[in-house]
Design a protein. Structure first.
Length: 577
């Protein structure tokens, strides 16, 4: 019996892999596939929709992983398929031992050859009684992941020529490698780490070929530093451009642009012909989210939906949720089910009182992409007019409410601010080392005003806080400007003075034009993203900010590594004196 429609059962932890598998089967192999994110419209109940989808499919494809086999919901899906005598196919995401009921299920290994594995799977669908691949065993990674793993282990190459660099460097890269292998890393955090590796590699070339005696060891160390810089650049590109990295990414961490590029055009061009259906909506939002409310209002009115006051009963209750939303506002809308449409405006924690929101399909407007709101309006119109839209949008999953997704201009701005603050802190550490190591016998006599370095360091910390405050919307743009402008001025002006002591200060100065361009290109996005005067600290009764910047943790770790490096240099200078 031919398989007409395939249901994909998976754990949310492997969301990107499952989505890529579904879109490949649909677009490349022209199969009918039921994948929850593609099928469920705004406001739909997840549990009811999945149960209905399972009933209308002829077979189930289980994406086998440790998380999937531990999930009671995934188990219910493939058990129901077996009870209905529907074939179950297995696609290995990682090596696992299948339960006894699935030991004889046709299986394919997708770990290192995704395209070829999917092709074998499609052929195997025609003969569900025959095996496709052997059981997945051992360790296998795609080439792109292998390059990233190799790069994070690259500090070991310095052991023969500069052993004192290996412990602090390996401490940082080893921590990143652990998160990468366990898939608990943040994409932006890892990308920033490779940028820092690039800059440190270039600085290492200058250091080893600088005013020191040229030996074979220093030449080799300079060559290794150049190789590290090249690997950092390559890995940064791989993170932003390769499908294998997307499929490996933790849920909610992949860049939206990479996700859209890998999965192709989710919706066919052309807009539906809207007509008045007499449908109404109202908006529930905090004052700080007024700009988001206006964008939702505009999208709904283009689809000829009429807005009525929030106190009246409407066909759709549009709730805009952010870290400024009150718990009471969200709680009042519980039980509306299909009438409730949730638009997420920024990252927030999910308290137990409003856990019902997790069961609903919601609209992700954190990147401020107006296309998401247009897709929402089109889907609602198609549903209400009785002509369901066969297209789908790249929708989010409920687990990533807490991830701080930003509009692209603001993402570039916060990265530039973080890099300037982090490199400035590293510059201060190296300036201290230069002052001390230059005359270790008189280490208590600094060569220049220590107050200058203290002010410089505090300003760098202020920049790091500024980037984090923008990501989490902890304050309005006016108070942030009053803090950020003086801090930026201090960092740039003192960096000029530190050029005499460390060439790394030049890196801070080189970032200034990049930061200026990022700021000019993000002013409108910044004003739309942040309220003007609101300050988030200490506000009670609202949804809490839970986003802790992985970049900030990385930069803190980098500061610790820099301190260890400076200490090792200083101890070596004391011994040699």
């Amino acid at each position: 019996m031919p398989i007409e429609k395939l249901f994909i059962s998976y754990s949310r932890k492997e969301f990107y892999f499952a989505e890529s598998l579904a879109t490949t089967l649909k677009t490349t192999h022209k199969l009918r596939v039921w994948f929850d994110i593609h099928e469920l419209l705004a406001g739909a109940d997840w549990a009811q929709g999945i149960a209905a989808g399972l009933n209308e499919c002829d077979a189930v494809l289980l994406l086998a992983s440790r998380a999937a086999l531990e999930s009671k919901y995934v188990r219910l899906e493939w058990e129901k398929a077996l009870q209905q005598q529907k074939p179950v196919f297995v696609a290995y995401f990682e090596p696992v031992v299948l339960p006894p009921e699935l030991q004889n299920a046709p299986a394919v290994d997708l770990r290192s050859g995704f395209t070829g594995g999917v092709a074998r799977l499609v052929k195997g669908l025609a003969t569900p009684d025959k095996p496709i691949d052997r059981a997945a065993t051992g360790v296998r990674y795609p080439l792109a992941l292998g390059v990233i793993i190799f790069t994070l282990l690259f500090p070991l190459a310095f052991l023969p020529v500069a052993w004192w660099l290996v412990p602090p460097l390996l401490l940082g890269t080893g921590w990143l490698l652990r998160g990468f292998l366990r898939r608990t890393y943040a994409h932006d955090s890892l990308a920033n780490a490779f940028v820092i590796l690039l800059l440190m590699g270039l600085f290492g070339v200058l250091f080893f070929l600088g005013p020191v005696e040229l030996t074979l060891s220093t030449q080799i160390a300079a060559g290794l530093s150049l190789a590290a810089a090249g690997l950092g650049l390559l890995c940064h590109w791989l993170l932003a451009n390769t499908a294998d990295v997307l499929r490996w990414s933790p849920t909610g961490q992949a860049p939206p642009a990479l996700r859209a590029r890998v999965n192709g055009a989710a919706r066919t061009p052309g807009k539906p012909e809207f007509k008045a259906l007499g449908k109404t909506f109202n908006l529930h939002f905090a004052p700080a989210d007024a700009s988001v409310a206006q964008a939702v209002r505009s999208a709904m009115k283009k689809a000829l939906y009429s807005e009525i006051p929030a106190e009246q009963n409407a066909d759709y209750e549009m709730l805009i949720v952010s870290n400024y939303t009150s718990v009471d506002m969200a709680k009042k809308l519980e039980g509306l089910n299909e009438k409730l449409v949730v638009v997420v405006a920024s990252a927030f924690a999910m308290p137990a009182e409003i856990e019902h929101l997790r069961k609903m399909q919601w609209i992700d407007f954190r990147p401020r992409d107006p296309q998401q709101l247009s897709n929402m309006a089109e889907d609602l119109f198609s549903q209400d007019s009785g002509t369901p839209n066969a297209n789908y949008a790249l929708k989010p999953v409920p687990e990533n409410f807490a991830n701080a997704l930003l509009p692209p201009p603001l993402r570039n701005l916060t990265v530039a601010i973080s890099l300037m603050g982090g490199l400035g802190a590293l510059t201060a550490l190296l300036a201290m080392w230069w002052a001390l190591a230059a005359r270790p016998e008189e280490w208590w006599k600094p060569t220049y005003d220590p107050v200058l370095l203290v002010v410089f360091s505090l300003s760098c910390v202020a920049l790091l806080w500024l980037a984090e405050a923008i990501r989490s919307r902890e304050a309005g743009w006016l108070p942030l400007a009053l803090i950020g402008a003086p801090a930026l001025y201090v960092v740039i002006s003192i960096s000029w003075q530190l050029l005499l002591f460390t060439s790394l200060a030049a890196s801070v100065l080189l970032l200034a034009p990049l930061l200026a361009l990022s700021l000019l290109g993000s002013l409108k996005a910044l004003f739309d993203w942040l309220p003007p005067l609101a300050v988030r600290f200490g506000r009670s009764g609202t949804l809490e900010v839970v986003h802790v910047s992985h970049t900030r943790r990385n930069l803190l770790l980098l500061g610790l590594l820099g301190l260890l490096t400076v200490t090792s240099f200083f101890v070596a200078a004391l011994i040699s004196a």
